[in-house]
Design a protein around this ligand. Structure first.
Ligand code: AMP
Ligand code: GLY
Length: 424
């Protein structure tokens, strides 16, 4: 089989790496990919924010399956276009991706289907939002309705902050685009868990759970990022809790989407808060998480491609997944300045030494390859990932790996896994 992966981040490197391991795969092609992905795939140029350009690549390459990494092509309806042309594709349609692309849609959907989530109000004018604020205790959460690359969520500790946030979203000053709809939400407390589930439209198959570290600074301080590191262990959720989440959150989501004639096929990423009132959905994503995917896939022992194909063919209930027991950890190396502005083009050294450590995989998130030299080419540059029998050991290996790597302005958090380690 020839498989095409759309995207260029650490998530897509991990997807291509896992797909490449399948005995049925003869070639993996990535569009556009990144410097490091050339180790596992052939790279083809493409503008991943342009459906027509991606379709051009799909038609030229004629893969047996296309796997879409990021959310933007899903929001633009790439899957719908491919299905119209009978091209095999893994990912949700534009309508199904609304679970991620519209927070007001997701909140109302959860309410229709009694899926636990924070109390909320959807407001379409600043006046309405300002008067709705009185319905909420502080802190209060204000969310832009649409995709905002992690920048659309404001946690406001004072009424003034909330009022300024609302004004900034509706005026366009905050995100650069004028919001026509904003969600105000009750602030939830607890541990966050990334619970990812493959879905064929009827059935769900959970992947191992993971915990992300979204803030740039150690001790979970500073601005939000795409994710600075992640770990996965079996003990994040005990089997009864996973069962509960499947029964009360995942299956009602899959069934709800099916009954509304927008069946969900692809990966359903439930961002959960484990509150005193039980697990609640903070958000849905309709794609693999980054860097969750890197930590999850190093624990997958069975064939990822089998799982992806089963989703597309509607036979997920017959597919078995095998996971390595123990733990994995992933530490992200970022460019100085991220998530703000940063420079690119810095030479990276030590990659081979890091990759030589048994149990360590160095996934590239934002790199380019020029005359045999890897250069930084993004905010998040590398995702150094390791699997082992214990979390302590997986973290030790990931940090040993990242310790071999150098580039000018390299930054990484040294406390990945701190919440889990505290509990031991
Ligand atoms: P989202 O883009 O909805 O995942 O939000 C980004 C981050 O904001 C989440 O990972 C949480 O850390 C935080 N967050 C979102 N909604 C809430 C909420 N209702 N209560 C507390 N924290 C939240
Ligand atoms: N790591 C968070 C996300 O992929 O949305």
């Amino acid at each position: 089989m020839k498989v095409l992966v759309i995207g260029s981040g650490g998530r897509e490197h991990a997807l291509a790496w896992a797909i490449r391991k399948s005995s049925r795969v003869t070639e993996v092609v990535c569009a556009p990919g990144n410097g490091g992905m050339a180790q596992v795939a052939r790279l083809v140029n493409a503008n991943q924010k342009d459906v027509n350009d991606i379709l051009r690549v799909v038609v030229a390459e004629n893969p047996d399956l296309t796997v879409i990494g990021p959310e933007v092509p899903l929001a633009l309806g790439l899957v719908d276009e491919m299905q119209r042309r009978s091209l095999a594709v893994f990912g949700p349609t534009r309508a199904a991706a609304m679970l991620e692309t519209s927070k007001s849609f997701a909140k109302r959907f959860m309410q229709r289907h009694q899926i636990p989530t924070a109390n909320y109000a959807v407001c379409t004018t600043a006046e309405e939002a300002l008067s709705s604020l009185d319905l909420f205790h502080l802190p209060v959460v204000i969310k832009a309705d649409g995709l905002a690359a992690g920048k659309g969520v404001l946690i406001c500790n004072t009424k003034k902050e909330a009022q300024d946030g609302i004004a900034g979203l509706f005026s366009g000053k905050l995100l650069g685009t004028v919001e026509t709809s904003v969600v105000i939400e009750e602030f939830l407390e607890g541990e966050e868990v990334s619970f990812l589930v493959l879905s064929d439209g009827k059935h769900g198959a959970p992947l191992v759970p993971a915990q992300d570290h979204k803030r740039i600074g150690e001790g979970d301080t500073g601005p939000n990022t795409g994710g600075m590191g992640v770990y996965s262990t079996d003990s994040i959720l005990d089997p009864q809790m996973s069962e509960w989440i499947m029964h009360h959150i995942v299956q009602p989501t899959i069934d709800g989407m099916a009954t509304e004639d927008t069946p969900f096929v692809g990966i359903l990423y439930c961002g959960l808060m484990m509150t005193a009132r039980g697990p609640m959905v903070l958000e849905y994503n309709t794609r693999f998480g980054d860097p969750e995917t890197q930590a999850i896939l190093v624990r997958l022992e069975s064939d990822l491609l089998d799982g992806l194909e089963a989703c597309v063919a509607g036979r997920l209930s017959e597919t078995e997944f095998r996971w390595r027991k123990g733990a994995s950890a992933c530490v992200v190396a970022a460019s100085q300045g991220y998530p703000g502005s940063y420079t690119t083009g810095q030479p990276i050294t030590g990659l081979e030494e890091a990759a030589k450590i048994s149990g360590v995989e160095v996934f590239h998130a934002g790199t380019s390859l020029l005359d045999g030299q890897y250069l930084t080419n993004g905010g998040r540059v590398l995702a150094v990932t390791a699997a082992s029998n214990t979390l302590e050991d997986a973290l030790r290996l990931a940090y040993e790996g990242i310790g071999k790597i150098r580039f000018d302005g390299m930054y990484y958090r040294r406390d990945i896994g701190h919440r889990a380690l505290k509990k031991v």
